[in-house]
Design a protein around this ligand. Structure first.
Ligand code: PLP
Length: 474
């Protein structure tokens, strides 16, 4: 492909992209494919000779697109969103074109300095204490791994980094039983071991019980363990429960244990002054993560990771081989030392485009709109005789189940709700997911797609009621 062809195809793709955004809500949100269907259509070996772009694009439309789940559809209300927006997509086009690898200041000074500025903007927009410094990581899983590695090194005086485990460390980490699975994965990777992750009980709202945390810490200390970190969640994955940060922070200060706050999804709500009750006590946190790539209109991947002690972070990860030394090292930030990989994508550009294009007010307006749509629907679900809300709805995630009054058997209710969700998924008209709360099969509905409107919520609620009635009436 030469430059002229590139220009022609790029224009063609931009037209396709704009059409896609216009039409995405008409696509089946979940594809009607079975495992292996796509694989079967793909050549077993790479071509010997290069192919024309038209052939690639035709196959994209014919093979790939029908096998995609449409995360940007306003009918996508499952998991947590990974929403995007026009300015973010445009920035990704530029990022791909520049193709810069932003590991050091020298390898792209503007990328480093833009990241520093965008993260300072972000810190101010979500009203984190000034003492925090931010860096962009790929995912919340990676950000939390960084936090746990920092905590591990802090607790052992950098002994693990230097000598490795001797077997006498007895490090422990604490989080609630509702904490995201990435914490367990990170604990395994950090060498702390799953057996040393203490899952603390939750209250009736699925938030960590601070009293139980303190008891666990005390018991472990008495038994000779070394508590290294607590992970508090603002907005658990199951039901967006809020762990009591202030109480947890006080306990962490009292026992001198690192505190990491995982607000991967809910952190976006801190754009709203009325939601800042969630972050009361943040001064006690050593680190904090939230993902603009979930609910803040920024393409996956973009995870905003903030730390109180920049030196601890850099000391945990720093390496300095001869081939990476640059004349400016003493005067600049080299973000390769602020996380796990050496190579780094230019992620700050899309965040900067999003922040400038929406502005604080534009972001607040969208987030408020999503929350208000969810709060309205929550009221309607709670007023319906046959449905029941199963957890508080502090934001825009509604946990509920179909519970007709004549069915009280828990197993039957679980089966019924699983069938209901299966029917919804199969329809291709709406995408929802589930969790279990207190053993109850729970349907989750998250209203956070960039362009979701009242009519989409209306349609979703209509579909749910219809499918539920069909299930019991046959
Ligand atoms: N933490 C919480 C609370 C989450 O809900 C999720 C994902 O949904 C994660 C962490 C992991 O996010 P990521 O995919 O960015 O690693």
């Amino acid at each position: 492909m030469d430059n002229e062809e590139f220009r022609k195809h790029a224009h063609q793709l931009v037209d396709w992209m704009a059409d896609y955004f216009e039409e995405v809500e008409d696509y089946p949100v979940k594809p009607d494919v079975h495992p292996g269907d796509i694989l079967e259509q793909l050549a077993e070996t790479a071509p010997e000779q290069g192919e024309a772009f038209d052939a690639l694009f035709e196959d994209f439309k014919k093979i790939i697109l029908p096998g995609m789940t449409h995360w940007q559809s306003p009918n996508f209300m499952g998991y947590f969103p990974a929403n995007n927006s026009y300015p973010s997509v445009l920035a990704e086009m530029l990022t791909a074109t520049l193709g810069a690898q932003c590991m050091s200041w020298l390898t792209s000074p503007a990328a480093t300095e833009l990241e520093e500025r965008a993260m300072t903007w972000m810190r101010k927009l979500i009203a984190l204490p000034d003492s925090f410094t931010g860096v962009i990581q790929s995912t919340a899983s990676t950000s939390t791994l960084c936090a746990l590695l920092m905590a591990r090194e802090r607790a052992t005086g950098f002994a693990i980094n230097n000598k490795g485990f001797t077997g006498d460390e007895n490090l422990t980490v604490y989080c609630s039983s509702e904490t995201h699975s990435s914490i367990e994965k990170d604990i395994k990777i950090a060498g702390i071991g799953r057996d040393n992750l203490r899952l603390i009980a939750v209250d009736e709202h699925y938030a960590l019980k601070a009293g139980a945390l303190e008891t666990a810490l005390r018991n472990d200390l008495q038994a000779g363990y070394q508590p290294a970190a607590v992970v508090a969640t603002l907005g658990t994955t199951g039901s967006t429960a809020m762990d009591p940060l202030k109480e947890i922070g006080d306990i962490c200060s009292k026992y001198d244990v690192s505190l990491h706050v995982d607000a991967a999804y809910a952190g976006t709500a801190l754009l709203l002054p009325e939601m800042r009750w969630m972050s009361e006590g943040m001064v006690h946190a050593d680190s904090f993560v939230f993902n603009p790539h979930k609910w803040m209109f920024t393409n996956f991947d973009c995870s905003a990771f903030f730390v109180q002690d920049e030196n601890l972070l850099v000391r945990t990860f720093e390496i300095m081989p001869e081939y990476l030394k640059t004349p400016e090292d003493q005067r600049v930030k080299n973000y390769r030392d602020w996380g796990i990989p050496l190579g780094r994508r230019f992620r700050a550009l899309k965040l900067w485009f999003v922040l400038r294009s929406f502005g604080r007010e534009g972001l607040q307006q969208k987030v408020r709109h999503h929350i208000s749509l969810a709060q309205d629907l929550k009221k309607r679900i709670s007023n319906h005789r046959d449905f029941k809300i199963l957890a508080p709805v502090p934001l825009n995630t509604i946990c509920f189940r179909f519970q007709p009054p004549h069915i009280s058997d828990e197993q039957k209710l679980n089966e019924l709700n699983k069938q209901l969700l299966d029917q919804i998924q199969e329809s291709g008209k709406l995408f929802l997911t589930h969790t279990k709360l207190d053993g109850k099969y729970t349907i989750r509905m998250v209203i956070g797609s960039t362009n979701v409107q009242e009519r989409h919520v209306e349609k979703a609620w209509g579909l749910l009621q219809q499918a539920a009635m069909k299930l019991i009436n046959g």
